[in-house]
Design a protein around this ligand. Structure first.
Ligand SMILES: Nc1ncnc2c1ncn2[C@@H]1O[C@H](COP(=O)(O)OP(=O)(O)OP(=O)(O)O)[C@@H](O)[C@H]1O
Length: 243
């Protein structure tokens, strides 16, 4: 059992856009060096929740603390590697120039910058496309470059919104291997997914449906508690769809 203070604590989060309530009374904790997966169908509120955790979006009520600090806080930005669902890249620039830009934003000095750019491009298997303009990249390549940028400054917390969408199974496997290696080195990871086999790879899962957290536990415990034979079945169970 990890006795350290949680890296993320969200308490009674509520968020509405106009009259539409998108998140209702969400409370959760993410522990140091774990991979916490947010699993839920399209439109269930996963992106809104991770945006609240980063401080990009503000809750109507409830509080989020990250690394002991109340969100939003500018100083937290250097502590978080955030990969949004839509890629925030400069398409007229090369991958290298994009990486250089974000590296300078994070204050990486020249030597470390060069080393890290090489390392992160290897992780996402784009080293041969470093000088190519982003507008010549495929959708999957852009996702991989976005992941590389999130990893660049070696933040203690990674928040990844659907990081492996559009990425082929072989590379997906190697990216998961890297995420697990980062866990072992102390990095905490929060990611969203609606892919069940990815959900099983997370240390703990939060199941979200219609803005509510249905359950939160390890994949094994969720299976045991529901008597389900798959995460998909467990999700349906908590969603009230008993077979
Ligand atoms: N800025 C916004 N203004 C109004 N409605 C919004 C806004 N952002 C999100 N929503 C709505 O909030 C709900 C949850 O959206 P969200 O993107 O958080 O879901 P999601 O689970 O991440 O979905 P997906 O897996 O498709 O990305 C949706 O109904 C969406 O239309």
């Amino acid at each position: 059992m990890n006795q350290e203070a949680p890296v993320i604590t969200a308490a009674h989060i509520r968020k509405a856009f106009g009259s539409k309530v998108v998140l209702e009374d969400i409370s959760l904790e993410v522990r140091k060096a774990e991979t916490f997966g947010l699993l839920g169908p399209s439109g269930s509120g996963k992106t809104t929740l991770v945006r609240l955790l980063t401080g990009i979006e503000e809750a109507d009520s409830g509080e989020v603390h990250v690394l002991g600090v109340k969100v939003p806080r500018l100083s937290l930005l250097s502590q978080i590697g955030y990969m949004a669902q839509s890629d925030a890249l400069y398409s007229e620039l090369s991958a290298k120039d994009n990486l250089e830009f974000f590296a300078s934003l994070y204050g990486l000095r020249k030597e470390r910058r060069t080393k890290r750019i090489r390392e992160v491009m290897e992780i996402v298997d784009l080293q041969e496309h470093l000088l190519k303009k982003v507008n010549q990249y495929s959708g999957g390549m852009k996702r991989r470059l976005s992941l590389a940028i999130a990893l660049l400054h070696e933040p203690p917390l990674l928040i990844l919104d659907e990081p492996t969408v559009g990425i082929d199974p072989v590379l997906r496997k190697s990216i998961w291997k890297e995420l697990k290696a980062l866990n072992e080195r102390g990095t905490t990871i929060v990611l969203t997914t609606h892919v069940m086999d990815e959900a099983e790879k997370c240390d703990r899962l939060g199941m979200i449906r219609e803005g509510r957290l249905l359950a939160e536990d390890t994949p094994a415990n969720l299976l045991q508690a529901t008597g389900a034979s798959s995460i998909e079945e467990a999700f349906l169970y908590y969603g009230g769809v008993h077979s």
